[in-house]
Design a protein around this ligand. Structure first.
Ligand SMILES: [Zn+2]
Length: 128
């Protein structure tokens, strides 16, 4: 454990602290670029790429799984629908559609949040 100085108020605190105890400034990986984050979000947002980049692996994985499940539930339920659409096929299709839409909305919200916080990368990137 090392002691670091807050870049805002100069107060000395542990580098393990999520934020400066005096002024609340969050510590994050300053090498990461908001431009790269936005490009990843725009191109591969539904795969959770921007969240992996930001160090938010768990929620990135959640977006990826929701999107892929949603994507593959369409052809699977369509294939089964030929042999008569029973309740389980409709359930799979409904769940898939919900996951697909939730992933898309999540990415859209991430995009809005990123644009609003373009000058506050500490609010977007995971704390060190
Ligand atoms: Zn401080």
């Amino acid at each position: 454990m090392a002691m670091i100085y807050c870049r805002d108020c100069g107060c000395k605190h542990s580098d393990r602290a999520r934020a400066c105890p005096k002024c609340g400034r969050a510590e994050f990986d300053a090498d990461k670029s908001i431009a790269v984050y936005l490009i990843l979000l725009w191109l591969f947002g539904v795969f959770g790429a921007h969240r992996f980049y930001a160090g938010k692996t768990k929620s990135g994985l959640a977006i990826l799984i929701m999107f892929l499940f949603g994507l593959f539930s369409f052809p699977i339920s369509a294939a089964f629908a030929h042999s008569g659409a029973d309740a389980s096929v409709m359930l799979l299709m409904g769940l898939g559609l919900m996951c697909f839409m939730a992933a898309c909305i999540w990415v859209f919200v991430d995009f809005i949040v990123a644009l609003c916080n373009i000058k506050h990368p500490e609010k977007i990137f995971a704390k060190k």
